[in-house]
Design a protein around this ligand. Structure first.
Ligand code: ADP
Length: 813
């Protein structure tokens, strides 16, 4: 069970650890993936910036293209500056683009673009220069046009009029040139001559125009060439840029693919991890459910085993109860008759046989009692009471009870009781007496000569808490060292030969030890083999007062046990019982002690009597109609006037512990059927009655008191061996039994089990006392609510009627 629980815990812990590790790994993996995603996202942003750069470069290039065109057209300085700044801008953007890549090297591409740009600038400059020179050389054609005009109206050499459209420096050149030629040829110039000059000028100018045309063509050609170059350059630039753009786009697609792959991989891993965790959880759940089911099964088995053990214990208890009940009664009868026979005239052999019978029956009785005690102790059913008592008196009483009157050996009994113990203390006097009785009887048993010293002292602990220390020391056979270790175990005896010689069951010390443990005390043993033993018991008690008890009756040294007769003359007893036979039995016993008697048939009328009259003692049955014994004692203990009144319970119930009675408020309890002497002794103890030695009467005419159906010896004893008293008891019994029988028949008719049980319980003690075994068997069945068949019940009715008839000659069956 324990290991199953532990294995469940281990499994749960292992499960949690594995799941935690997997969760940790998953978190670690997802964290890494997130970092990778953010890197990709970052590079995407960079990628976008690079694409923006590329498109800006392309736009700037177009702008520079426009500027270059304007520059070619106008040749203006500011356009040139603009162009240069645009080219510089393109170059710096190219550099930024190149630097923005970490892994891609664009050095070659940017270099070639830079070179192309430089070349383009050079081309442009050349083109602008050509345009400039073209502009400067245009005057030749204009001069020629003017000369043509001259040719038409050459009569007038007014240069102002003729060259009015020329620029001053052109006009100057032309006029000077014409004047020189005019001076040189002034005398020779004729009209023809002039014509030829004009013709020459014309030719020169034509040549000039031709040359100019050629130059123009050259310029156009050069321009075309440059424009072509520029076109090629632009194309190259564009293709470079678009290849860059393409590269970027490819990169983007690639990154998107990587991103998608990562995403797929992550989700796959997460799904896989989830499945693994699910499988692990499932595995552990199945395992743990298996374990729990197994442990549940073990628990059920354990509970069954426990129930079985408890039922065994209960059966053992029942068995023990049966033993005590069914064995003790006949045993006490055997012992009683043995006593009686012993008092008849016997020869030596018979005396010896009887002695053996007595010893054996005493042994069986002790064994039965011990077994019962032990089973109660083991079942935890031995209850402890907390009563006030005088330990000194208790020790004296115990010694008196244990040490036989006729000491057949040379052993001195020494009682050394400290005066401290002559006070009232609180503990369980019955258990202490039982412990003490065991120790003293052992000491007596195992000591052949010398002395037995019984000493006691009360040692203060704190406040009113004390330790009662009782020592029983003997000079007997002693106990060996080895045996001392397990002497307190059940059935442990030093050796069987000693046991045989001294008798004993081997249970006494086991009971002693358990009882002292039950009282929170301890038992110690010191012993030297061959020299003697000393048993010490230490019991915690509460000291109540310093009051010394009257010690007149105490005998401290030699014990002289006596047969006791109790004189209750002048005292009044109330006896309550609903069964007339039992009632008159108790009445007879009380009468024989000298009590004045009043009776009541149930608790209610008993209580009424108690309130109207004074009583010294109450003897009451327990199970009664109207108001039972427990309710009665409750009322008595509650009443201010009656609360200290001594009350003895007389009950046939074996299922209720004595402690229950004392707890309820009874001073003592006797089990029915009881011995008259038992009752007398109890009453005497309770009322501290004087006692005197009484010679026992001998012989009883046994045969006269016996028949096949009954034995009236006990009743005779109860009546104090008084024939009339016995007859009164018998008459009371017959009266009660008749009434009970009628009620019993009616209850059997209607199968009222409860009523049958109660009636049987009421009838049983008296019939047991009469040893009417045949009817007792049926009544016991009814008492324990067992089924009794009709023929069985009819047989019982016949038998009890026959019994009553044989007891009373007036009745005929
Ligand atoms: P028993 O019924 O046999 O006396 P106990 O449990 O009382 O059972 O004692 C167990 C054994 O212890 C005895 O059989 C005896 O051998 C030994 N023993 C007990 N008391 C004494 C003693 N006072 N002196 C010597 N032996 C003792």
């Amino acid at each position: 069970m324990f290991s199953a629980k532990r294995s469940i815990t281990v499994k749960i812990v292992t499960g949690y650890v594995i799941v935690a590790i997997l969760a940790g790994l998953a978190v670690w993996y997802v964290y890494n993936q997130v970092i990778a995603y953010s890197e990709i996202a970052q590079s995407n942003t960079e990628n976008n910036q690079q694409l923006i750069l590329v498109s800006e470069i392309s736009t700037n290039l177009n702008e520079s293209e426009n500027t270059s065109r304007r520059l070619i057209q106008s040749g203006e300085e500011k356009e040139l500056k603009l162009y240069n700044s645009q080219i510089e801008g393109i170059k710096s953007k190219l550099q930024s683009l190149e630097q923005s890549y970490e892994n891609i090297y664009l050095e070659n591409e940017t270099d070639s673009i830079n070179k192309l740009l430089d070349k383009k600038t050079e081309n442009l400059k050349e083109l602008v220069a050509l345009r400039d020179s073209d502009r400067n050389t245009n005057y030749y054609s204009k001069a020629l046009r003017e000369l043509r005009n001259i040719d038409a109206s050459f009569k007038d050499y007014s240069y102002e009029n003729r060259f009015r459209n020329l620029k001053p420096y052109q006009k100057d050149v032309l006029v000077k040139w014409l004047e020189y030629s005019k001076e040189d040829n002034a005398e020779r110039i004729t009209t023809e001559r002039l014509d030829s000059v004009v013709k020459s000028v014309k030719r020169v100018l034509t040549d000039l125009e031709f040359a100019n045309r050629q130059f123009q063509n050259e310029v156009i050609q050069k321009e075309n060439e440059l424009l072509n170059n520029d076109l090629i350059l632009n194309q190259q630039l564009q293709s470079l840029l678009s290849s860059l753009e393409l590269k970027e786009r490819e990169n983007t697609v690639e990154r998107a693919e990587v991103f998608q792959n990562m995403l797929d991989k992550t989700s796959n891993i997460i799904i896989l991890g989830g499945c693994i965790i699910l499988l692990i959880i499932l595995y552990f759940i199945i395992n743990i459910i298996g374990d729990v089911t197994r442990s549940q099964r073990y628990r059920v088995q354990l509970e069954e085993a426990k129930d079985f053990a408890e039922s065994l214990l209960a059966s053992r208890e029942q068995f023990m109860a049966a033993i005590t009940h069914d064995l003790r009664s006949p045993l006490t009868t055997v012992m009683g008759y043995t006593d009686l026979i012993q008092k008849t005239e016997l020869n030596e052999k018979q005396k010896h046989y009887l002695n053996q019978i007595k010893k054996s029956s005493e042994f069986i009785l002790r064994l039965v009692n011990d077994l019962l005690d032990l089973s109660k102790l083991e079942a935890g059913k031995m209850l402890i009471e907390n009563l006030s008592f005088n330990p000194k008196k208790l020790i004296h009483d115990t010694v008196n009870n244990i040490i036989p009157a006729e000491k057949n050996k040379d052993v001195d009994i020494v009682i050394e009781i400290s005066e401290d113990t002559n006070v009232q203390i609180q503990s369980d006097p019955f258990r202490i007496k039982q412990i003490l009785a065991n120790l003293i009887s052992n000491a007596w048993k195992f000591t052949e000569k010398g002395e037995i010293v019984i000493s006691a002292a009360l040692k203060n602990q704190s406040g009113e808490n004390h330790i009662l220390e009782i020592r029983v020391k003997d000079s007997g056979i002693g106990i060996s060292k080895e045996m001392q270790e397990n002497i307190f175990e059940e059935f442990s005896q030093e050796n069987s030969s000693i046991e045989k010689r001294f008798g004993g069951s081997g249970l006494g010390l086991a009971i002693t030890k358990r009882l002292s443990q039950l009282l929170d005390g301890e038992t110690k043993l010191e012993s030297v083999q061959g020299e003697g033993s000393e048993f010490t018991i230490l019991i915690p008690v509460v000291k109540l007062s310093e009051t010394r008890e009257d010690s007149e009756r105490e005998q401290e040294d030699e014990i002289t046990p006596e047969t006791i007769d109790h004189d209750a003359t002048g005292l009044k007893a109330l006896i309550i019982d609903d069964e007339p036979g039992q009632l008159s039995l108790t009445v007879e016993v009380a009468k024989s002690m000298g009590f004045e008697i009043e009776t009541a048939e149930n608790g209610k009328s008993g209580l009424e009597k108690l309130t109207t009259d004074d009583y010294d003692i109450v003897l009451t049955d327990i199970q009664m109609p109207i108001l039972d014994g427990f309710k009665l004692i409750e009322s008595i203990r509650r009443s201010e006037d009656l609360k200290d009144l001594p009350v003895i319970a007389l009950s046939g119930r074996t299922d209720i512990e004595k402690a229950v009675y004392t707890k309820a408020g009874f001073n003592n309890k006797l089990l029915k059927p009881y011995k008259p002497e038992e009752l007398k002794q109890n009453i005497a103890e309770l009322l501290h009655l004087e006692y005197e030695k009484k010679e026992e009467s001998v012989e009883i005419d046994n045969e006269r008191l016996k028949s096949d159906n009954y034995d009236l010896t006990d009743i005779y004893e109860f009546s104090g061996r008084d024939e009339d008293a016995m007859q009164t008891i018998i008459q009371a019994f017959i009266e009660g039994a008749n009434q009970s029988l009628n009620e019993l028949k009616a209850a059997y008719e209607v199968k009222d089990e409860d009523k049958l049980g109660k009636l049987a319980h009421r009838m049983l003690p008296m019939l047991r006392q009469m040893k009417a075994n045949e009817v007792v068997v049926i009544l016991m069945k009814l008492e324990s609510r067992e089924q009794v068949s009709q023929p069985e019940f009819d047989h019982f009715v016949v038998k009890i009627n026959r019994l009553m008839a044989s007891l009373d000659p007036n009745i005929t069956v």
